[in-house]
Design a protein around this ligand. Structure first.
Ligand code: TXA
Ligand code: MG
Length: 351
């Protein structure tokens, strides 16, 4: 990557002059892509209405999908939110910095376009040295959606951001690969009962221990239609190829079916990709298929970390179809399943 707008920063040994350069850009209305522990974000000064408009424009993001505001620490919650319930403090004390986003009443300091006109705001403190340094030196909250074109897979490396945006963003900080690889868990705290609107890096089961009456958005229980979270329309995280998602209790049966279907596709002259865990990989070998291994199926963190790279890498082969067997529905597996389900545009092939 040799683009003039890419700036490499070592997350273990941060060059503050580089952070200052990025902070100046943010403070003057620019867009800066930066790494977080979940995925890369495209940041703008959250107080700057025009810069927020630019985020929507550069992503082709519809004005119905509000943006998360990142802050340096929980002391800054009152800069962006109002009427903060005790439960919010309880949650963020445990999970910040980290992959948890809370929806609260919006403080008027934050322009309405951040939240697409809603009177709420999504807030999180990222757990990444570069993101935190940027927040500290910019000294403003940073509004940042995931750094991908709308409805495309999120970015877990600077290469992914460059592939989607090139020179369209003022600065892209290359801070290596995002360690979690899947977006934050989003919890709405503005309703009677706390509700998970998007499963993510903090496992639902753990939240339930801390907050027993927390609910999981209905779309995650019955795999049916779109949920109430504005950004959760079904065609999301999608590859350009059609993605087929398979489930079933009998692993061998599912794999045999996937292999047969793949052979049918290739005999029709179609280009086929397989997104798979390492343990299943050999079954698909020697059939002229494009295979991406997500890693050891029992190491769910590893799968999460490689998921978006897997989808993007296969997409780069200009395939017609990508087949994937559902991996797990528990812990981080719920978020992974959700992203695959959306990438498959809401269709599951159950065997
Ligand atoms: O891990 C993450 O959350 C990453 C990194 C960059 O922090 N960001 C991210 O942002 O995933 P984005 O814009 O791709 O997803 C934001 C999600 C969407 O599902 C959106 O609908 C929801 O948060 N959201 C944001 N503001 C909201 C609000 N006021 N009410 C309800 N949902 C909201
Ligand atoms: Mg996103």
């Amino acid at each position: 990557m040799n683009l003039a707008n890419v700036l490499k920063i070592d997350s273990h040994n941060i060059d503050i002059n580089k952070i200052k350069k990025a902070a100046i850009l943010l403070n003057s209305g620019g867009l800066v892509a930066f790494p977080t522990e979940t995925v890369y974000g495209i940041g703008a000064n959250a107080y700057d209405k025009a810069a927020i408009d630019n985020i929507f424009a550069v992503k082709n993001r519809p004005y119905s999908d509000p943006v998360i505001v990142h802050i340096y620490n929980a002391d800054h919650l009152t800069d962006v939110a109002l009427d903060i319930p005790d439960l919010a403090y309880k949650l963020v004390e445990k999970y910040w910095p980290g992959p948890l986003t809370v929806i609260l009443k919006r403080n008027d300091n934050i322009p309405g376009n951040v939240s697409c006109g809603l009177d709420t705001v999504a807030v999180r403190v990222p757990n990444h040295s570069i993101a935190l340094a940027l927040l500290k030196y910019a000294n403003v909250p940073i509004a940042a959606p995931s750094a991908n074109l709308f409805s495309r897979p999120s970015s877990t490396s600077a290469e992914h951001v460059v592939a989607d945006f090139g020179r369209k963003i003022d600065l892209i900080i290359d801070g290596g690969i995002s360690s979690i690889g899947i977006e934050s868990t989003v919890i709405d705290l503005t309703k009677k009962k706390p509700k998970v609107l998007r499963p993510g890096g903090v496992e639902f089961e753990l939240l339930k221990e801390l907050v027993p009456d927390i609910q999981l958005g209905s779309s995650y229980l019955a795999k049916s239609v779109v949920s109430s979270s504005p950004g959760l329309m079904l065609k999301h995280y999608s590859p350009l190829a059609k993605l087929l998602l398979f489930t079933g209790d009998n692993r061998d049966k599912v794999l045999a079916h996937m292999l047969k279907l793949s052979s049918n596709f290739t005999s029709e002259g179609k280009k086929v990709g397989i997104l798979t865990v390492e343990d299943d990989k050999n079954i698909f070998a020697d059939h002229g298929l494009h295979i991406y291994s997500l890693g050891d199926g029992s190491k769910i963190e590893h799968i999460a970390r490689s998921l978006y790279d897997g989808i993007r890498t296969l997409d780069n082969f200009n395939l017609d179809v990508i087949l994937v067997r559902s991996i797990s529905n528990h812990g981080l597996g719920l978020a992974i399943f959700d992203r695959l389900y959306r990438a498959a545009e809401g269709t599951i092939i159950k065997l």
